[in-house]
Design a protein around this ligand. Structure first.
Ligand code: ADP
Ligand code: MG
Length: 609
């Protein structure tokens, strides 16, 4: 009888499976879990291994010295670094788009007309549709008076106010109109130009100005002009109100910024692709190269710097030369990066096109041997490098009730998405790909402009709600929850994350729940659906993912409330049955690699210790 442990050092988590082996029979005793210390595949990992091992040993009253053997994974170190290349730039001259979300706009609907100062109304002689501009100095009572007194030929279709008086003004008007208030820099709104405003009904978001064809309709735009307003429409998605002002043609320009190139070197050929061609083109290039040896980015560009940084960090951590560090895979994703509009009048932001890139460094068995040697010394227990992760993961995944060979798994972790497949003869094929949970959080962080990665991580994990009164919230699925005690007034009318135990965490500056939700879901799809299909194509015996029948999803990201569903959905279109694993019938999607490593202890390594 002997006690053994499998230890999986991941990018994010170090997991342990503790087992007892007696005459070729294995019995699992406990699992351990803790954060990985340092970058995966480096000596800094040892602290995390100690802690996770101890958490498992403590559960069954054992000590390190009771262990006869420990196996660790042959980790593919991944640096979860993501570069953002902004590849478009919106320049507005002499014009404006105000994507505005005042707390209490007045009225609802769309208004189109020429922008006119409220005290100039009386000067209008020809019949005209107008949008009235009301500076703070005028005040809502005076403004209402002037608007009501306007001549019959003036058709007031909307108003833009500097103060927070939208409702007060509308209450005093004979004819109700959509009103946008709290436009602080009202003096910058150009006068005498065609202008459209939209206010959505309470609880809804605008539909006309957030749609390029909507803007085209109100301003009578040509196809070419419509193309140019796409960034404007995008920047208004999810807002409750917005203003778009039409400028002389050619005033709004969205142009492409050169972003450098990526060179992918395989064993047979080399392919160069420009980053500004977008993620699809980059990924096409990556998949056109078999057996990738190295990936480099053009010097002096963001992507060049990012890939170089990955090499430098890895070289420092592993005592190697930078040129000996090879990048094995990248995942490119199209995204948006909020950037200040050049020439805007009210600090508007446009969602510029950007490409996010995650990179992965080639696995190095020697490094793991170093960790194993160091651990052996410190613990006094033989520690072996027990096998490649994806290989071990499949062993572990097969402990999911109802599974058998042939089977494929997709291990969705923090830094990499790994896939492997086992055929009837027990032969395993595997692949490690860049991009996983960290990339999702990073995309969420940039697209929403969140101040920290941790908040983005929470946006990924928790569902949303809107605090509609001090006594009730509306969850993102539409259900309403009531409270006996008043909620904290600080979260009133805010979009909040619903955390464990129902704790509500406000997302400052994120007025639109719909937008946060959309960004969250798209980030998950962009990373995991793409990577699952990519990974399965690579391990499929025919190169076609359709030839795989059963897939088990494992890893921390399989715990997500949406990701497994998105992947299952996408794979079902390829006639693949996919679902979340349940390791050993009790661990859910976690602990697959650690369980596989412990199972591997049943077969001797044949290594001299
Ligand atoms: P690794 O093997 O790379 O250490 P894990 O399998 O531990 O990775 O998965 C870590 C990833 O899983 C992280 O990106 C983390 O955000 C994500 N994750 C962990 N728990 C959850 C959860 N409950 N919901 C969604 N994502 C989760
Ligand atoms: Mg893992």
């Amino acid at each position: 009888m002997k006690y053994v442990a499998g230890v999986d050092i991941g990018n994010a988590t170090t997991e342990v499976a503790l087992a007892k082996i007696e005459d070729d029979e294995i019995e699992f005793l406990a699992s351990g879990i803790g954060p990985t210390t340092g970058i995966k595949g480096t000596l800094q990992n040892i602290n995390g291994v100690f802690k996770s091992l101890k958490s498992a040993l403590d559960k069954v009253g054992l000590d390190y010295s009771d262990l006869k053997e420990i196996r660790i994974n042959e980790a593919a170190p991944v640096i979860g670094d993501v570069a953002m290349e902004t590849i478009s730039q919106t320049v507005i001259t002499d014009s404006t788009v105000i994507g505005h979300n005042p707390a209490t706009p007045g009225g609802t609907g769309v208004g189109v007309g020429v922008s006119v100062l409220v005290d100039e109304l009386k000067k209008i002689t020809e019949p005209e549709d107008v949008i009235v501009i009301v500076p703070a100095a005028v005040g809502f009572e005076k403004a209402a008076e002037m608007m009501n007194a306007a001549r019959d030929n003036v058709n007031i279709t909307g108003a833009i106010l500097q103060e927070d008086d939208g409702t007060l003004l509308n209450n005093r008007l004979n004819k109700k109109i959509p009103i946008i208030d709290e436009v602080r820099m009202i003096e910058k709104v150009p006068l005498g130009l065609q202008c459209a405003i939209e206010v959505a009904p309470i609880g809804s978001v605008i539909h006309t100005l957030s749609n390029p064809y909507g803007i085209a309709t109100v301003f009578n735009l040509s196809a070419q002009e419509t193309q140019r307003v796409v960034p404007i429409a995008r920047s208004l998605i999810g807002d409750r109100s917005g203003v778009v002002i039409k400028t002389a043609s050619g005033d709004i320009k969205a142009h492409t910024v050169p972003a450098g190139s990526i060179t992918i070197t395989g064993d047979k050929k080399e392919v160069i692709v420009n980053v500004d061609e977008g993620a699809d083109k980059i990924m096409e290039a990556v998949s056109s190269v078999t057996d990738i040896q190295n990936i480099r980015g053009e010097k002096g560009t963001n992507v060049g710097n990012m890939l170089d940084k990955v090499r430098r960090v890895m070289a420092n951590l592993t005592d190697k030369k930078k040129r000996d560090i090879m990048i094995q895979d990248i995942l490119a994703v199209d995204t948006f990066n909020p950037q200040k509009v050049i020439g805007g009048v009210a600090d508007e932001f446009a969602m510029e096109n950007a490409v996010g890139i995650a990179a992965m460094v080639k696995a190095d068995r020697l490094q793991m041997e170093q960790i194993a040697g160091n651990l052996t010394e410190k613990l006094g227990v033989p520690v072996y490098v027990g096998g490649v992760e994806a290989d071990m993961a499949i062993k572990g995944a097969l402990t999911t009730p109802g599974t058998s060979v042939p089977l494929a798994i997709v291990d969705m972790g923090a830094g990499s998405t790994d896939a492997s497949i086992i055929n009837r003869e027990g032969k395993v094929k595997l692949i490690h790909l860049a991009g996983a949970g960290d990339m999702v959080s990073l995309l969420i962080q940039t697209e929403l402009g969140l101040e920290s990665f941790d908040i983005a991580e929470d946006v990924k994990r928790y569902t949303l709600a809107k605090v509609e009164s001090l006594f009730h919230i509306r969850h993102e699925d539409g259900t309403v929850q009531f409270f006996n005690k008043p909620l904290d007034p600080n979260i009133f009318a805010k979009t909040v994350l619903v955390k464990e135990n129902g704790d509500l965490f406000p997302l400052e500056g994120q007025d639109s729940l719909e937008r946060v939700r959309k960004v969250r879901q798209e980030a998950k799809r962009k990373v995991f659906v793409r990577n699952a299909v990519r990974a399965l194509s690579m391990v499929s015996p025919t190169g076609n993912p359709k030839d795989i029948q059963f897939v088990v999803l494992v890893g921390g990201s399989a715990l997500d409330f949406e990701i497994p569903n998105f992947v299952t959905d996408a794979l079902s279109e390829l006639d693949i049955v996919a679902g979340r694993g349940n390791i050993r019938g009790c661990e859910g999607p976690r602990n697959a690699v650690a369980t596989g490593l412990a199972l591997a202890c049943l077969t001797p390594l044949g290594l001299d210790f």
